[in-house]
Structure formats: structure tokens, C-alpha cells
Design a protein around this ligand. Sequence first.
Ligand code: AMP
Ligand code: MG
Length: 484
Amino acid sequence: MLNFDHSLARALEGFYVPWQAAEPPAPKLALWNAPLAAALGLPEAEPEQYARWFSGAEAVPGSQPLALAYAGHQFGHFNPQLGDGRALLLGEVLRPDGARFDLQFKGSGPTPFSRQADGKSTLSAALREYLMSEAMAALGVPTTRSLAVVLTGEGIWRETPQPGAVLTRVAASHLRVGTFEWAAAHKGREAVEQLADYALQRHFPERLSERNRPLALLDAVCEVQAQLVAKWMNLGFIHGVMNTDNVTISGETIDYGPCAFLDAYSATQVFSSIDHNGRYAFGNQPVVCRWNLYRLASALIEAIVAVDEADNEAARLMLEQWGERYERHWIAGLRPKLGLATAEEGDLALGQTLFAALEGQGADFTRLFRALSASLSEGYGAVGAECSDPEALREWWELWQARLAREPLAIAERQAAMDAVNPVYIPRNHLTDAALKAADTGDMEPFNALLELVTHPFVQRDGMEHYAHGAPEGSPAHVTYCGT
Ligand code: AMP
Ligand code: MG
């Protein structure tokens, strides 16, 4: 069976409650991620057996389920007591190569952290997370993965009755900024130090020997979060609910609730039904990421200054200069999208000018980059056709051509390099919605077709053109929901 270990349970007693999944009345496997299962070293079994294990009907051999405590700033407001209200950590699986991953159920019933809610998940929410996380993984973004979705056979009530399901999630860990906020709020400095050491050991072991370990952790998380959000921004991904309980210490994307990919580019785009002030708007994500890192710094600061009072200043500077760190990662990710194999000082401004010119043009974020590649052989018109004012990007395009003249690659090679990093297929909002609706009626065909394309996002396929287009003219605005 799986090679389980329980290092978190051993190292962080008092941070969790041992707990069991609710009994599902009639578990039935809806989705199984065979390649991921094989990579984790899971032996082959019958679908009925997977359904029983990954719904809570039968304990996964070697697992020790528990609900983790955490806190979090939700839309700017501190909630000292969140925690796994609809999730259970089964333990850590050691992959054959020694890598360690959390296995977690989502939707497995109420826990001591459920706060009146049912602890359940709808099939639709589980499938949405599966699709989004597997697409992000294929796009090269650090992310939690999805191993299985099992229908529980139970109807659960949202606005209407819906099929219930359990998602099994695989993650580098489930430590969050909110875990540190919880330790700081309830347990004090020693617990924060203990947690920081555990997090370093787990994610950044090369930094354990540093003079100030809590400071080293802060720096490491500043770095992986800068890298992560830069990737989101270069793919048009909106997380939608960047509360500190949804910000991992590992630097993986987590909690695919109200997330969505941009259709038309706009820095102010929001999809979430509850984000009335645009706190988590597309263009605000780097700003909010830094705000969240300040919350981590606040949780760590006592432990940081206990090592050396002077490191208060080091932590302050780390946060103050985080914007430049983020920009370095952002432009490093944008260069290959623009066919730039070399780096020049002016590239940052070139990138910023592109997005400024795009605002209000209704240009589809994903298609635009493929159009830029096409324009290298077809001319500017290929790009102009994506904008409501066909001349909107002309001036920028000329600047880009002048920059490309200082690049080594021939046009065909450059196009191939661009097309290898600019996806054709993303989980487009209208396609995802249609696939989830069909799945609710028992038809998994549209979902599986979409999943196949978005998990091979860079290869254009014949006859699949409609998967690479935005929503049809006149479609209603897309809205996403939390915690469904
Ligand atoms: P999320 O929106 O998934 O980041 O969840 C925020 C908090 O609400 C976490 O503590 C969750 O465990 C809790 N939560 C969300 N939905 C449910 C639910 N259906 N039942 C119990 N707790 C929930
Ligand atoms: Mg969450």
C-alpha cells in the first residue's frame, strides 16, 4: 500500500485534532488520476476499492486522519480560528524517490473546526478543483494536485440539492501563513519556533543551518510566493480568495474555489461573487501577496527578534523590497512568452507598456500571446485582430520588433519557443461551467474532453478550435463562488 509517514503529527502535537471521515452512503469513483497515483507508488486496485478508500468508507491503510488548526485574514479581517472544517489530513506519503507529500480529503464531513457548516463538498466543487489544479500543473505552476474524486452517494444542500463528493488532494504540505498566525495567536513564541523549524525541515532544509531560522523561513516564503504569483500573472490566473489561510508556505497554489482564468485582459477583473471591492482583482494579486507576507512576518517577528533584535530591520527590508523581487520573477517569466532569449534592462518597461496598452481592448489574454507569435510571420494584423481597436498595439508592436532585432533566434525558432510556453488550452470559464453542469447530470464526457486538452495545453489540435476561443458574444458575465 502507500508508504505513509506522520512527521507533522509527531512534530506538532497540539496543532491538530485526530478525526475520522463521515461514512459515505454509496461511494462511487468519479475520477482517478492514474499517472499521479503511479508516481506516488500507489498499487493498482479495482475502482470500487479506490472509491472506498478515497471517500472515507474504509480507512486508507497506514493513514492517521487529523484536522489541522489554522487562523487567517479573510478579506483583510483576522479570524483566529479557522482550521480544516471540511478536510482531513491522512498523513504524508513518501514517494519511491523519497519526496514527501500530504494526502488530504476535502469534503469528508464535519470536524471540530466546521463552525456550523456541513463539512461537505459538492461534486461540482471537487471537479472544479481537480480540473484547475491539473491544468495548473500542466502549465508548470507549483500547485496542489488532485488524485481522486469520489461521489459519496449523498445529496447535500447548497442553494439546491447537489451530489456530494470527496476530493483527495496531494500537496507538498498544508502549512499556510494562517498556520503561523494560529500558532502566534494561541500558543506563543516557542510554538512559532517549533512550527518554523518544521516548515524549514520540510520545504527548505538547506536553510536550517542559517543563523536566524525564522528569518530564513520568511525569506524563503517571500521568494516562493514571488515566483508563484509571477507565474499566475503571466498566465492570466486569478486565485480569487487570497486570504492568508489560502497562502502556502511551500509556494504551491492551493484552494481552487472562486478562481478563474482571464478571458479579456483587464487588471481590474474580478470573478468572485463576494469580492465587492476588488481586493483580489487580477492586477492586485502581487499587492495582496505582499500584504499576506506581512502577516507572516507579524506572526514570526517575536521569534525573529529573539535570535537577534537587529533582524527586525532585516525583516522590514525584506518586505519593503519584495516588489522588486516579484518584478524580477515576473519579467523573467514574461521574456520567453515574448520570444526573448536574452535579458535587457528595458524589458520590464516593454512588458509593462504591453499591459497598459491592452487595458480596455477586450483582448483575450491567452490568445494574445499565440497571436504575437503568429504576427512574427504574418505581420501586425494578427495581433490587431485580437483588440477592439485594431491599432491599439501597433506602437508597442514596433517597440517589440526593435527589441527582437537584438535577439539571436531565427523567426521560426522563436515562434516555436513562444508556442512552447504560451498555452492554447486553458480551463475557459464557459467551457468549465458547461462541463460541470453535464457532470451533475451524470455525463462526464465534456469534463473528460476538457481535462484532456488543458492537461496538454501547448499542443494545438485539429478540430478543437472552439476550446481555444473566448465565450460566445453576449454570454452573461462569469461569476465564481467560494466554498461551494
Ligand atoms: P476556504 O474557502 O476553502 O478557504 O475555507 C475557509 C474556511 O471555511 C476553512 O476553515 C474551511 O474549512 C471552512 N469551510 C468552508 N466550507 C466549509 C464547509 N462546507 N463545511 C465546513 N467548513 C467549511
Ligand atoms: Mg482555504
